[in-house]
Design a protein around this ligand. Structure first.
Ligand SMILES: [Zn+2]
Length: 72
C-alpha cells in the first residue's frame, strides 16, 4: 500500500488533479470520476500520511535549527 488512500466508491487509489491547483479545487477519482475532496484537504492528508519528498524537504534542510543540529 503506497498511500493508504482509496476512493470510497470504487477503491481506486488513482486521482485526477484539477488543471489549476488551489485549496478549493475538487480532486476526482480517476476511475469513476466522482469528486473525492478538495485539493487542500487532499494535500494535508497526503502530507500527514507520507513524509514529503523533494520540495518541502529542502525547506527543512534550510531551516537554521536543523542545519546547526546536523553540523554538530
Ligand atoms: Zn472511484
Amino acid at each position: 500500500m503506497r498511500s493508504g488512500f482509496g476512493c470510497d466508491d470504487c477503491g481506486s487509489p488513482a486521482v485526477r488533479l484539477p488543471a489549476i491547483l488551489h485549496d478549493e479545487a475538487p480532486i476526482q477519482c480517476d476511475r469513476c470520476g466522482c469528486t473525492l475532496m478538495a485539493w487542500g484537504a487532499f494535500k494535508r492528508r497526503v502530507e500527514a500520511e507520507a513524509p514529503p519528498e523533494g520540495g518541502p524537504a529542502v525547506d527543512l534542510i534550510r531551516a537554521p535549527g536543523l542545519a546547526e543540529a546536523a553540523a554538530t
